[in-house]
Design a binder for this molecule. Structure first.
Ligand SMILES: *Cc1c(COP(=O)(O)O)cnc(C)c1O
Length: 388
């Protein structure tokens, strides 16, 4: 089976992790700060807070922005559930904004229309989470303009997008948002096995996220309400969690970051090959906005079902049967039974549902060879030219 995504692990990665195992610190040592500094320098952000997953990063980002009961968080329906769940963790309510039919990212025109209505209804969001789907950045200039006008905060879910650029600058530099979150799950562009990071230019937000990732405990006397009893003293000043990243994970991340640019370059080569090799099939290929340089975490094709007698399920199953490990990113979050119970229905976000009915993620990862890619193309071509 050729998977849709797979980590790339070198001997240098293995050595880096083994070195940590033989060192004094397995957690809370020098490697996590080093990884944070490295990513912050790479994307040009002032602060970075590494945690054990992007899900945790989204949660502490919402906490730092003061999201709570009675507040609203809006995101895109076409995302992993974590982009919405972070709002629920904080006791907030979640709503969605439909996607742009060309980029598959949260649509700024839909966002503005929804904000206008929400203002009248007095239910404006406190936080909006644009998701850079497949690595393609959202229209951040437009979203950030709306944030100024309507007073919401922005968390970029850049789980797919490390190494990508928006208007020539690395995603994560915070020019158009309050916080940006990266994921280091093994299917993503850079991995730490499990892991995530929150980037911000605000010292205050960084301090809050730092506190929330480690029990809400501080050793900084300036933050305490009680004078230290002695050198052992720490004080819990908020209810935090244990979301810390280990030294092993950070060492892997530091080692992987050396290859980030090469990773994204290879993904672009593969995407270009797919674009050429699939051009004549009844498919809609990924459209890249001229303002963006995608991280290209995913290569999503859409079947032109009106031009074939096959169903989405037929094509998907045939690909899997012939060893192509395709996937579907994502089931729109609002149709998950857990979210439907909050009152959402299939008809709420038509572009997201249309996407769900014909999208397929083809294999796209660092180690995918041209030969394997040719196999993917040959199998797909064969399936689409067969009649049921
Ligand atoms: C993978 C992913 C997450 C969650 O990342 P974890 O590191 O697995 O917690 C969140 N949002 C999006 C869009 C993702 O793809």
């Amino acid at each position: 089976m050729i998977p849709y995504g797979k980590q790339d692990i070198t001997q240098a990665d293995i050595d880096a992790v083994v070195n940590v195992l033989q060192s004094d610190f397995l957690t809370q040592g020098p490697m996590v700060p080093r990884f944070e500094e490295l990513v912050a320098a790479h994307v040009d952000a002032k602060h970075a807070v590494a945690v054990n997953s992007a899900t945790s990063a989204l949660h502490i980002a919402c906490m730092a922005l003061g999201l709570g009961e009675g507040d609203w968080l809006w995101t895109s329906p076409v995302t992993f559930v974590a982009s919405a769940n972070c709002g629920l963790y904080c006791g907030a309510k979640v709503d969605f904004v439909d996607i742009d039919p060309k980029t598959y990212d949260l649509c700024p025109v839909e966002l503005e229309a929804k904000l206008k209505q929400a203002k009248i209804d007095n239910r404006l969001p406190k936080v909006v989470v644009p998701v850079h789907l497949c690595g393609q950045p959202c229209d951040m200039a437009a979203i950030s303009k709306l944030a100024q006008e309507y007073g919401f905060k922005i968390i970029e879910d850049a789980s797919h997008a490390i190494g990508g650029k928006y208007k020539g600058e690395f995603i994560g530099n915070g020019r158009y948002s309050d916080i940006t979150v990266f994921s280091f799950h093994p299917v993503k562009i850079v991995t730490t096995a499990e892991g995530g990071m929150a980037m911000t230019n605000s010292a205050d937000l960084a301090e809050k996220m730092n506190l929330h990732r480690s029990h809400g405990i501080t050793r900084d006397p300036h933050l305490m309400t009680h004078a230290p009893d002695g050198p052992w003293y720490y004080q819990q000043i908020a209810l935090g969690y244990n979301y810390r990243m280990t030294e092993l994970q950070a060492a892997l991340g530091v080692s992987q970051m050396e290859r980030l640019d090469a990773y994204v370059t290879r993904r672009h080569e593969l995407a270009k090959r797919y674009d050429q090799l699939l051009a004549d099939l009844p498919l809609t290929l990924p459209w890249q906005h001229p303002n963006s340089y995608s991280g290209l975490h995913l290569y999503v094709i859409r079947l032109q079902l009106e031009n074939t007698n096959l169903s989405h399920l037929d094509v998907f199953e045939a690909l899997r049967e012939q060893g192509i490990g395709v996937n579907l990113h994502y089931i729109p979050v609002h149709i998950q039974p857990y979210f439907r119970e909050m009152g959402f229905s299939e008809n709420d976000f038509p572009q997201s549902m249309a996407y769900y009915r014909d999208a397929i993620s083809l294999p796209m990862f660092q180690g995918l060879t041209n030969e394997q890619q040719d196999t993917v193309v040959a199998v797909l071509t064969e399936i689409l030219s067969s009649q049921p």
